[in-house]
Design a protein around this ligand. Structure first.
Ligand SMILES: *Cc1c(COP(=O)(O)O)cnc(C)c1O
Length: 438
């Protein structure tokens, strides 16, 4: 399988197609575009075994994407190492046709563990020079940083540098980010997430610095993060869809990486019907589907902080996949949920059935609630993206109940935590990066 840049047709100096190994190592294409597979492979869902565990199914589903890659013979083992995480399908209280797919049972309690572990396992398997060192630079609004840190923690040949906006992640998220130590270096930037992201981009685009330190990105633009996100939707669709009723899915959405996994699963032939993108008050995607006009803008701060995105990085991939078709006929839509409604939804679902939602998952559950009120009786899946205990200050205030963190998170919270304060200035970051590697 070849991978092409989303800008290959429009750039004056387009990047040539590459194999998966190079797409994984490079992250971003030279022309600034995102890598996409040249074709979307088709699967025969009736030949797949819907009772397989995720890691086994993943290896079948991802096989065509790995054809020609040096990692193809290792795909089974990569999936077993990276994707061997529980993914319970939990029935929604008092609803016979709706399930929550709990994607938060990995080491850092958010769905990003699947992607980060898969990418780290692939990059470690691709490393053939024992002298080679890579520095994974990641800007995070909370969950990505922890997932990436955990996935690369103590891996020989890698270090991780995390930039997060000081005061803009939950207290538990902040503690978690600074608790790894060893090869993980954590910086609290005196600015907002956009500034963290700009610093990371500037450092990665600095050719001299980048090659000297072996800088690489692990933000959601990497193909290595997108591919594993196809697999759990395949898993859910094979278990829950039946011949007369495809599985309809609601995905809490920020940068559009997770939802793109679902969109690819459907395009590959898995029995998925409607896909709805649930956003917080950041309306870029809902406005696009309503007015047919894409307008990126600065992100707004909301209770669902991991989705505070005003210019979703994966939109470019979505536009590329639908380049010949009308994206507005793609059986996709996006709807926005504001902070008051997030709180009300968390409270309503807790009072009704004792289930506690994280603020991100609440955006998606609210949409399910609306569809049911409008008389929709189809089968729905809601992707549950984080454990609510990661957002304890919000959730405990709404439910009035203390919420214990899951075991892996509890363990991290007992460790000491340390983050270095940094001005939002790429020169300061450059000095830090050089010091770390000395
Ligand atoms: C990152 C994140 C999202 C948004 O996922 P995207 O792939 O950026 O759309 C939603 N919920 C949680 C808990 C997250 O950490």
């Amino acid at each position: 399988m070849d991978y092409v840049s989303t800008r290959a047709q429009t750039s004056s100096r387009p990047s040539a197609p590459v194999g998966l190994d190079q797409a994984l190592t490079a992250g971003l294409a030279d022309d600034g575009g995102l890598y996409v597979p040249m074709q979307i492979p088709t699967l025969m869902p009736d030949r797949l075994d819907g009772s397989q565990p995720l890691a086994e199914l993943a290896s079948h589903v991802l096989q065509p994407f790995f054809s020609g890659s040096s990692l193809a013979p290792e795909l089974d083992s990569i999936c077993r190492q990276a994707l061997d995480l529980p993914i319970p399908l939990v029935p929604v209280f008092a609803d016979d046709h709706a399930w929550l797919l709990e994607l938060f049972h990995g080491p850092t309690a958010a769905f990003k563990d699947f992607a980060a572990r898969f990418l780290a396992t692939c990059l470690a398997a691709l490393r053939n020079d024992p002298q080679q060192h890579q520095t994974v630079l990641v800007a995070t609004s909370g969950d990505t940083g922890a997932a990436v840190a955990s996935a690369f923690h103590r891996r020989p040949g890698f270090s991780v540098v995390i930039l997060y906006p000081d005061g803009k992640v939950s207290p538990r998220q902040a503690h978690q980010l600074g608790a790894f130590g060893d090869n993980v270096h954590c910086y609290k930037v005196q600015g907002n997430f956009d500034q963290c992201q700009a610093m990371a981009k500037q450092a990665l685009n600095d050719v001299e610095l980048s090659s000297r330190l072996g800088l690489t990105s692990a933000n959601s633009i990497s193909m290595g993060r997108l591919l594993p996100q196809i697999t759990y939707y395949a898993y859910a669709a094979l278990r829950l869809a039946n011949p007369n009723d495809k599985l309809n899915v609601i995905v809490p959405t920020g940068n559009l990486g997770n939802a793109l996994g679902c969109i690819l699963a459907r395009a590959m032939g898995l029995p998925i019907g409607r896909i709805v993108l649930a956003t917080n008050a950041n309306r870029t995607l809902p406005d696009f589907f309503e007015h047919r006009n894409y307008r990126g803008r600065p992100g707004l701060e909301t209770l669902a902080n991991a989705m505070d995105v005003g210019d979703p990085s994966n939109f470019e991939r979505l536009a590329w996949f639908y380049r010949d078709a009308d994206l507005h006929k793609a059986n996709l839509k996006a709807e926005s949920i504001n902070d008051d409604t997030i709180r009300q939804c968390i409270e309503r679902v807790y009072r009704a059935g004792g289930y506690v939602l994280c603020p991100h998952t609440a955006c998606a559950m609210e949409l399910l609630h609306r569809y049911r009120k409008q008389g929709d009786s189809r089968t729905w899946l809601v992707a549950a993206t984080a454990h609510p205990a990661k957002f304890e200050t919000i959730v405990e205030a709404v439910t009035g109940q203390r919420l214990d963190p899951p075991p892996a998170l509890a363990e991290l919270l007992t460790q000491s935590s340390h983050a270095v304060a940094l001005e939002p200035d790429v020169n300061q970051l450059r000095n830090e990066l050089i010091t770390i590697r000395q």
